[in-house]
Design a protein around this ligand. Structure first.
Ligand SMILES: *Cc1c(COP(=O)(O)O)cnc(C)c1O
Length: 383
């Protein structure tokens, strides 16, 4: 095609080819509400591949985080520790139960919670430590887990970025008492909107099913473990339709293929931008040797806010969409209501100004990717 205006989006949903067949099969099976055939398939696939006790599909990662806050019985006034550099949902699910957020700055290399600042953030009111494995690169769990254990504080992993990544050989999402996954359209494995709660501690197994099923013991009833199904606890409706599970099942089954594509894309950026980054003092992602990452994002950390904004505008002019995130939570409107002040999390504050994410989706072709790289290498708006 000639004269086609060239457009490389930041994200595009990608299909394995089996999604619609599985959705049709769910319809034929006559069960399209939650916990049908494909939901069970997804649960089994996640449990077997990760080697965990229980996986429960949810309507989103946000809802899986809300379930975590309910399972940990978070009460008004409880403190919850959270990295300052993360998506709003990580902490909002706990604030919804009345928790007070305690934001901890992140490491400048992996952008994960800075484990050297963790102990000082703990008080007698601390009821949970939330971890985010940014870009699917593991937090320093060998330092963090013993601290949490010493104070008896449960860890919840918001593993939205880190499906199938590992820390020292063990899957992310299997370290905390529970972990949450996202299957949003922007994540490695997608079903539009969806998530999962991974339960690693037996104490939470039964109640997790109840909270997910509107506070009823419906799951036990269907397994024949109780002879009637009734209201036994608080809860909500956190289970997705089997139509979405069918879509997701196709994606999860293709996990090796999807991850291989993402690895190739990530490595292409990393290789072809290395000398450029060194020349202009731009930081590229750092992945410690003991972390097998999930290839969720590729980012550059520019030298200044101005150069980042200039690069976004310059790429846009070439039909390429790049995006930034996350604005420091402690300086958001809500964060300031909890007392957040400028200067408290300097690393996150700098990332909020300088980090830029490049186009990254499973079907990004090498031709398009080379256009992105060439465009970046031609950028001269350093100001
Ligand atoms: C995407 C994301 C979420 C929210 O996921 P949803 O499935 O959209 O609710 C939560 N935490 C992190 C770190 C995320 O990246």
């Amino acid at each position: 095609m000639i004269n086609m205006s060239y457009q490389i989006p930041f994200n595009r949903p990608c299909f394995t080819g089996k999604e619609l067949n599985y959705i049709a099969e769910a319809v034929q099976r006559g069960h399209i509400s939650g916990d049908g055939h494909f939901t069970k398939q997804c649960h089994a696939l996640l449990e077997q591949s990760l080697g965990i006790k229980k996986a429960l599909l949810t309507t989103s990662c946000t809802h899986a985080l809300e379930m975590s806050a309910l399972l940990l019985d978070i009460q008004p006034g409880d403190e919850v520790i959270c990295p300052d550099f993360t998506f709003v949902s990580t902490i909002n699910a706990f604030v919804l139960r009345g928790a007070r957020p305690v934001f901890v700055d992140v490491r400048p290399d992996t952008l994960n919670l800075d484990e050297t600042l963790l102990e000082a953030a703990i008080t007698p009111r601390t009821k949970a430590i939330l971890l985010v494995h940014y870009g699917g690169v593991g937090c320093e769990l060998d330092t963090i887990l013993p601290i949490a254990l010493r104070y008896g504080i449960p860890i919840v992993e918001d593993n939205a970025h880190g499906m199938f990544a590992r820390y020292k050989g063990k899957y992310l999402g299997t370290f905390g008492v529970m972990a949450t996954q996202s299957f949003h359209e922007t994540k490695n494995f997608q079903c539009g909107e969806g998530g999962a709660l991974l339960v690693n501690d037996d104490r939470y197994l039964e109640r997790a099913e109840i909270i997910r099923e509107k506070g009823t013991n419906r799951s036990r009833f269907f397994r024949g473990q109780v002879d009637k199904y009734t209201w036994v606890d608080v809860g909500s409706s956190y289970l997705p339709s089997d139509l979405l599970a069918a879509f997701l099942c196709a994606q999860l089954e293709a996990r090796d293929n999807i991850q291989a594509k993402r690895q190739r894309i990530w490595q292409y950026y990393n290789t072809h931008l290395a000398d450029w980054a060194a020349e202009f003092a731009v930081h590229l992602p750092i992945v410690p040797a003991h972390c097998e990452q999930a290839y969720h994002v590729f980012y550059v950390v520019m030298p200044s806010l101005q150069s980042r904004q200039n690069l976004i505008a310059y790429l846009k002019g070439q039909g390429i969409l790049s995006v930034f995130h996350y604005l420091p939570l402690h300086l958001s409107q809500m964060g300031q209501e909890f007392g957040g002040k400028p200067g408290e999390c300097p690393v996150t504050e700098r990332l909020g100004d300088c980090l830029l994410r490049l186009p990254f989706y499973n079907d990004l072709t090498e031709i398009d990717q080379s256009r992105v790289v060439e465009a970046i290498r031609g950028f001269d708006g350093w100001a």
